[in-house]
Design a protein. Structure first.
Ligand code: SF4
Length: 674
């Protein structure tokens, strides 16, 4: 049990670096080197001093029974979960021996880092880890499981021009929340949206699921997964045809409008409504409301990108405010503010990316199973839990069980992936190390400071990769190791000095930039590129060309979506959920299959099956079933999650994951584990 708070306790300030838009400033109460309480800092405008429930309870993670305290060496069969403690020296020696062996036998491309955001910032991700793998000449990972299609579209159309701050939502006449559930993944937007609605703003939610915001929205459009593109194109066409496009603005500030319009031309309201499975009248209501509202803002989430049309869909959604010129008085769009900072990450890495092969992380299962030349022989997993987060979970698990593969997992707790490791290294949490983190929903950067000592023998990314660089003779004269020196190299002298004094930095554009007034497109032309050549060349079917749903069939007629849970950040902290998973399906679909509320069902397709309890309700549209992401194997009855059903097909642009293209059938077949 957490110790009681008293007046003599120490209060420390730090920043939350979890993969969340907000990078909240935290106040942590510590007693005898133990975390007692975690709260938001009152002096931060963006958060207003409150934080999400998952980080309030983060001490449960820090002191969890699953927390890794020493290095562990596999002592049983792969996946059996049998490990023996070893010293750090033994663990390093094993890793170094294996890497040397693989490098000599197959070449360094046989070594693959597998990592994602985890709870890491600018000094612990793409820092000494990248220096190590670059100098080693390892294969490179394309980190595409999230935001690759959206990032490509956003970069191409706007050069990542900063978005509308949620603090400005209060003054919006209309807010469109498109493929985003802020209650789960961006909680600080919620009060602003609610406040705006109370003041008369119209709120429209576009989501196959009735999210908490959708339940209270003025209009909810439960479009069929993967059809965002056609809705956006129909909206562009309708706005233009009904006199809501701004010719002067388009002429002066955009390029490619005619090509965009040409692609939108086939998407009449009637056709789009038929494909998206929503009433024509609802689409027209959305289009008219948007055309007539000023200021109007579109909050574009990550839902629209997770399908075969994902890149074109995001590009089309982002094009809408440009067509109608909604950039007046804080209107426009919000997506990510990752472009707010120009940081010198190369000076932290101090190594050049090698010309080695690139491996898409969405294809990891296939990659580990395939006879590549060279094969992936050593897999170094850190800052991520691929068994819980990547598509084709059965292939990922089968790949990790390959006897010839040596897997290192460096993590804070015994994850589902760590169970398949050959060697496990215990990592610090963000409350135990230094880092730097910028929000991508706001424009704040904050220092991450250690507020307690390291738990057990855990080490930081920084320490482990510095040691491996040294042991593999990859050090070079002039290497920066000290965290303060790295921070200065990353930020430059002035910003570093400011950060050292205040613990945080504000981006030059300020906290509430107005689009096309304070911030402008950073594209090569300086204009909003509505039909960028880079996307036109790279998109599979042609930019803004809808790819029909080929995976839906009589055999697998239901679309499975796997949205985020409010209790997790990706899969981080998922193991703290102590309830079994529940899938949700519409009464029409349940009735047609003789399924009743509360029953255990088998959700299946050619990739796998999941046995899970079912909730029957209208929070999902007919034809759609929902099983959240971020769950761990323990949450279902056969130790498989929605990822076991997700295909490893790739999106049209950015080679992103297509979780929302999962098509399944559901049956009442009883569980037979024999
Ligand atoms: S997870 Fe997000 S909302 Fe929660 S404390 Fe961290 S940054 Fe804030």
């Amino acid at each position: 049990m957490a110790p009681e708070v008293d007046a003599a306790d120490e209060l420390s300030t730090t920043t939350c670096p979890l993969d969340c838009p907000d990078a909240c400033k935290l106040v942590v109460t510590v007693k005898n080197d133990q975390v007692v309480k975690i709260d938001g800092a009152d002096d931060e405008a963006h958060t207003g001093g409150y934080i999400c429930g998952k980080v309030r309870k983060y001490a449960d993670h820090v002191y969890s029974d699953l927390r890794l305290q020493t290095p562990l060496l596999r002592s049983g069969a792969k996946g059996s979960g049998q490990f023996s403690p070893v010293s750090w020296d033994e663990a390093y020696a094993k890793i170094v021996d294996r890497i040397r062996f693989d490098r000599d036998r197959y070449g360094a491309e046989s070594i693959l880092p597998l990592c994602y955001g985890g709870s890491n910032g600018k000094l612990t991700q793409d820092a000494l880890d990248a220096r190590f793998f670059f100098r080693l000449g390892a294969s490179r990972l394309d980190r595409t499981v999230c935001a690759a299609p959206s990032g490509a579209a956003y970069q191409a159309l706007y050069g990542k021009m900063l978005g509308v701050s949620c603090m400005d939502y209060d003054d919006s006449a209309m807010i469109v929340v498109w493929g985003n559930n802020p209650h789960a993944s961006g909680v600080h937007q919620v009060p602003h949206i609610q406040n705006a609605q109370q003041q008369g703003s119209k709120v429209v939610v576009i989501d196959p699921r009735k999210t908490p915001l959708a339940s209270r929205a003025d209009l909810h459009l439960p479009i069929y997964p993967g059809t965002d593109l056609v809705v956006a194109l129909a909206m562009i066409r309708w706005l233009h045809q009904h006199g809501f496009s701004d010719g002067d603005f388009i002429q002066q500030h955009t390029s490619g409008f005619d090509q965009l319009l040409d692609r939108a031309d086939e998407w009449t309201v009637s056709r789009a409504a038929s494909v998206a499975r929503v009433p024509e009248s609802s689409l027209e209501q959305l289009f008219r409301l948007y055309g007539e509202s000023d200021p109007a803002v579109i909050r574009c989430g990550w839902g629209p990108e997770r399908n075969r049309n994902g890149g074109s869909a995001t590009a089309a959604i982002l094009a809408i405010p440009a067509v109608a010129n909604k950039f007046k008085r804080s209107g426009g769009f919000t997506m990510s503010n990752s472009g707010a900072w120009k940081l010198n990450q190369a000076s932290v890495i101090q190594a050049t990316p090698p010309p080695t092969r690139r491996i898409n992380m969405n294809l990891i299962g296939e990659t580990l199973l395939r006879a590549n030349d060279p094969p992936v022989s050593t897999l170094f997993v850190y800052n991520c839990n691929p068994v819980a987060t990547l598509p084709e979970q059965n292939k990922v698990i089968d790949g990790l069980q390959r006897e010839s593969l040596f897997t290192i997992v460096f993590d804070q707790v015994m994850t589902d992936t760590a169970m398949y490791a050959d060697i496990i290294l215990p990592a610090t949490t963000f409350l135990e190390h230094n880092d730097l983190r910028n929000g991508y929903g706001n424009t704040r950067m904050g220092q991450v400071m250690p507020v307690i000592g390291k738990i057990g023998q855990s080490k930081t990314n920084h320490e482990v990769f510095a040691e491996l660089i040294d042991r593999l003779d990859l050090s070079e004269p002039g290497d920066l190791i000290d965290v303060t020196e790295l921070s200065e190299a990353l930020l430059g002298e002035t910003m570093h000095a400011q950060l050292s004094q205040t613990g945080e930095l504000a981006a030059a554009a300020g906290p509430r930039p107005v689009q096309m007034k304070d911030v402008f497109p950073a594209t090569p032309s300086g204009k909003i590129e509505l039909f960028p050549a880079s996307l036109a060349e790279s998109s599979k079917a042609g930019l803004y060309r809808y790819i029909a749903d080929a995976s839906s069939s009589n055999e697998y007629p239901l679309a499975l979506i796997s949205p985020a849970l409010r209790e997790t950040v990706n899969s981080s902290l998922g193991y703290l959920i102590d309830k079994p998973a529940v899938a949700t399906m519409h009464p029409t679909d349940a009735g047609a299959r003789g399924i009743v509320d509360g029953q255990t069902v088998r959700v299946f397709n050619a990739s796998g099956e999941v046995f899970v309890g079912i909730e029957v309700g209208d929070s999902v549209a007919p034809g759609v079933i929902c099983l959240p992401k971020g769950l761990w194997m323990r949450h279902t009855q056969n130790n498989r999650t929605s990822n076991a059903l997700a295909p490893d097909t790739l999106s049209d642009i950015g080679a992103g994951a297509c979780f929302n293209d999962t098509r399944v059938e559901v049956a009442t077949t009883p569980l037979n584990l024999s």
